[in-house]
Design a protein around this ligand. Structure first.
Ligand code: ADP
Ligand code: MG
Length: 232
């Protein structure tokens, strides 16, 4: 079973009388265990694609099958349910709640998914240990560096054992060294824990950590390459 299967995916934004074709017929399959980077210039449709794959937005046309679920046949509640249980999100700006400890931030998706309180702290601490922020459990976001906050956000994305982690420019706010550390963390989560990752970046250095690089231009996929071939 593929994690993601999109067929002729289209997205048209209507702005008054203007129509913007953000996605013009995208086909892509992602299997479990893949680590895929989406690249492309600004305006090429990367974020639109990620929002649809993350069930945050709906396509204008085309099919999206997520883990055997035909998304177009689901109700809004069913989509929200899959989003909270089967998808993990990592953002450029971390999106941690301020005045809320690292541990409580990591626990949050489990509250939405209905995980019993007795299990939440144990699972949250387990994921925080995996990404190396166990010692920061009681820190507030403003008591952590950018790299530490992003690790906490990555721990948060893992707590429901999602089938797919979606990361939109996860290193966009980090310096070069910290970006490398975060990308090594994604690499380890993929290699050692089998986590399937789809990340967006406009930086070649960041994309080079992925096993597969898909390039968008003007709402279309123009190349789809395995890293070995990219490097050669
Ligand atoms: N909410 C929106 N309303 C109208 N146009 C949009 C909206 N979001 C994106 N677009 C347009 O769709 C195209 C693709 O945008 P986007 O997916 O954000 O690209 P990227 O993430 O690659 O920069 C662009 O032309 C952008 O202006
Ligand atoms: Mg974008």
């Amino acid at each position: 079973m593929a994690v993601v299967n999109v067929q002729d995916l289209q997205k048209i934004y209507e702005l008054g009388t203007q129509r913007v074709m953000a996605l013009g017929g995208v086909n892509l399959t992602i299997e479990p265990g893949e680590f895929v980077a989406v690249m492309g210039p600004s305006g090429s449709g990367k974020s639109t694609f990620m929002h649809i794959v993350g069930l945050l937005d709906e396509p204008t046309a085309g099919r999206y099958i997520f883990e055997d679920n035909d998304v177009s046949k689901l109700s809004a509640d069913e989509r929200a349910d899959i989003r909270s249980r089967r998808l993990g999100f990592v953002f450029q700006s971390y999106n941690l709640l301020s005045r809320t400890s690292a541990l409580e931030n990591v626990e949050l998706p489990m509250i939405y998914a209905g995980v019993p309180e007795a299990d939440r702290k144990r699972i949250a601490l387990e994921k925080m240990e995996i990404v190396g922020v166990g010692a920061l459990r009681d820190n507030m976001p403003n008591q952590m560096s950018g790299g530490q906050q992003q690790r906490v956000a990555i721990a948060r994305s893992l707590v429901n054992n999602p089938g797919l982690i979606l990361a939109d420019e996860p290193t966009g706010a980090l310096d070069t060294k910290t970006s490398e550390d975060v990308m090594q963390l994604f690499t380890r989560l993929n290699a050692e824990h089998g986590i399937t990752i789809l990340l967006v970046t406009h930086e070649q250095d960041v994309a080079a950590y992925a096993k597969r690089i898909v390039s968008f231009r003007d709402g279309h996929i123009i190349t789809d390459q395995l890293r070995e071939k990219v490097a050669a």
